[in-house]
Design a protein around this ligand. Structure first.
Ligand SMILES: *Cc1c(COP(=O)(O)O)cnc(C)c1O
Length: 373
C-alpha cells in the first residue's frame, strides 16, 4: 500500500463539479483581480472567525510581511518569537531590518515557552509574534498579559491555525488570529483551509489597522493612483478565492475528520514505547493540521517509512537560530536546546480528511513493526 503524505486529488475528485463551476464562473466573468469572490471570502471568514475585518492577500508570507510592516516590527526594533517555526515567522521581521529575539520552546507543545518571554523584554522590544503551530494555539492569556504590561504589539502567526480556538481563562472561545493586533492565515494547498495555489489573509478587529492593510495590498493606494504609503502588490487571486469558498463550506467536516484520524493514530500507537505525542495545553480547541510524533531513531524510522512508500515530513529539521540566513543574529548551537532536541526527533505522519482508516492502520502497523513492539 502506498500512502502519500498529502494529496489534493481525492478532494477534487469528490467535489469536481463544484470546483469546476467555481473556476468557470471566474473565467467567464474575467474578474481576476479583487473580484467579488474575494470580498465574499473575506466576509465569510469574518463570520467564521468573528474577526471584524479580513483582507485577502497573495500568501501567508505576504500577510506576515505586511502586518509586521504596519505594526512597526522593523528598523532595529526587537520582536520576541520562536526559533522552531517556518522561516516566514521570523523573516517577516528581518525583511524590515527588525530583529527576531528567540526564546526556547515548550517540549510538550512545541510552542514558544511563555515563561521565557518577559526576561527578553527591553527598551527596543516592540512586539511578540506567537505561532499557533501544528495543532494548537500558543498560551494567548500569558502572551496578552505580557504584551499589556509592556505595551507590546502582538502578531499571531495563525498560518497553520484555521479553525483553532482559544478559551484560556476567558468566557468564550476566540478564533486564532482574533486575539492579538493582527492575525494571519495561509491558504497554501496543504493547510487546513488550502487553495490550489498561494493565498493568504490578514485579520484584525482594529479599523485603522484594517484600513492600512487594505491600502498596503494595492501599493499603498487609498484610491486608484493615489498612494498614502509605499505598499505592496499582494492580492488574493479571485480564482483562489472561488476555490476557497467551496472548501470553506466543508471546513467543519474536514476539521472533524482530521480529529478522528489523529485519534486513531493516538489510540493505535499509544502502547508504542519509542514514540511520544505532543500534549494539548490550555483550554482550547485544537485542529490537527499536522500529526506529529517525537520518535526515537527518527532518521531510521523516516527511511523505513520511505522504503514502505509511506509519506512523511519533518517540520522542522533545523531551528531558525541555526539557519545560515540568520547568521548575523549571532546565535549558536546550544542556545535553544529544546528546539534543537525536538528538531532531531520530530516526524509528521500523513493526515488529511480523505485518508482512510485502513491507510492509517497500515501506517501504524509499519511503525510498530519498525520498533518491534
Ligand atoms: C505556511 C506557513 C507560513 C507561510 O504561508 P505561505 O502561504 O506558504 O506563504 C507562515 N508561517 C507558518 C507557521 C506556516 O506554516
Amino acid at each position: 500500500m502506498k500512502v502519500s503524505f498529502y494529496t489534493s486529488q481525492r478532494e477534487f475528485n469528490e467535489k469536481k463539479d463544484e470546483f469546476n463551476r467555481a473556476i468557470q464562473s471566474v473565467l467567464e466573468k474575467g474578474n481576476f483581480i479583487l473580484g467579488e469572490q474575494v470580498a465574499q471570502l473575506e466576509n465569510d471568514i469574518q463570520q467564521y472567525t468573528q474577526a471584524k475585518y479580513a483582507i485577502g492577500v497573495a500568501s501567508g508570507t505576504d500577510a506576515l510581511i505586511i502586518a509586521a510592516d504596519i505594526l512597526g516590527f522593523k528598523d532595529g526594533k526587537e520582536v520576541i518569537t520562536s526559533p522552531f517555526t517556518f522561516l516566514a515567522s521570523a523573516s517577516c521581521i528581518t525583511k524590515h531590518r527588525g530583529r527576531p529575539v528567540f526564546v526556547d520552546i515548550d517540549e510538550e507543545t512545541f510552542a514558544m515557552d511563555v515563561n521565557k518571554i518577559e526576561e527578553k523584554v527591553n527598551q527596543k522590544t516592540i512586539g511578540i509574534l506567537p505561532i499557533h503551530l501544528f495543532d494548537q494555539m500558543a498560551d494567548m492569556d500569558r502572551i496578552m498579559d505580557i504584551a499589556g504590561n509592556h505595551q507590546l504589539k502582538v502578531l499571531e502567526d495563525a498560518a497553520e491555525a484555521f479553525g483553532m480556538r482559544w478559551k484560556g481563562n476567558g468566557r468564550h472561545y476566540k478564533h486564532s488570529g482574533t486575539i492579538g493586533d493582527f492575525g494571519v492565515f495561509s491558504f497554501f494547498p496543504t493547510k487546513t483551509l488550502g487553495g490550489y495555489g498561494d493565498g493568504g489573509m490578514i485579520i484584525t478587529n482594529n479599523e485603522e489597522l484594517a484600513q492600512q492593510a487594505k491600502y498596503y495590498r494595492v501599493h499603498g493606494a487609498s484610491k486608484k493612483y493615489h498612494y498614502e504609503y509605499v505598499g505592496y502588490n499582494s492580492r488574493l487571486d479571485t480564482l483562489q478565492a472561488a476555490i476557497l469558498l467551496v472548501k470553506l463550506k466543508y471546513i467543519d467536516d474536514a476539521i472533524r475528520k482530521r480529529e478522528e484520524i489523529a485519534k486513531q493514530y493516538i489510540e493505535t500507537l499509544s502502547d508504542c514505547k519509542n514514540i511520544r505525542f505532543p500534549k494539548i495545553k490550555g483550554e482550547q480547541k485544537p485542529v490537527y493540521y499536522v500529526f506529529n510524533l517525537l520518535a526515537e531513531n527518527r532518521d531510521e524510522l523516516a527511511e523505513y517509512l520511505a522504503k514502505n512508500e509511506i509519506g512523511y515530513s519533518i517540520y522542522y529539521p533545523r531551528p531558525l537560530h541555526l539557519q545560515a540566513c540568520f547568521g548575523d543574529l549571532g546565535y549558536k548551537k546550544g542556545d535553544f536546546p529544546i528546539a534543537e532536541r525536538v528538531s532531531n526527533k520530530i516526524i509528521a505522519l500523513p493526515i488529511y480528511p480523505e485518508i482512510t482508516t485502513d491507510e492509517v492502520e497500515f501506517i501504524c502497523e509499519k511503525i510498530k513493526l519498525f520498533y518491534k513492539n
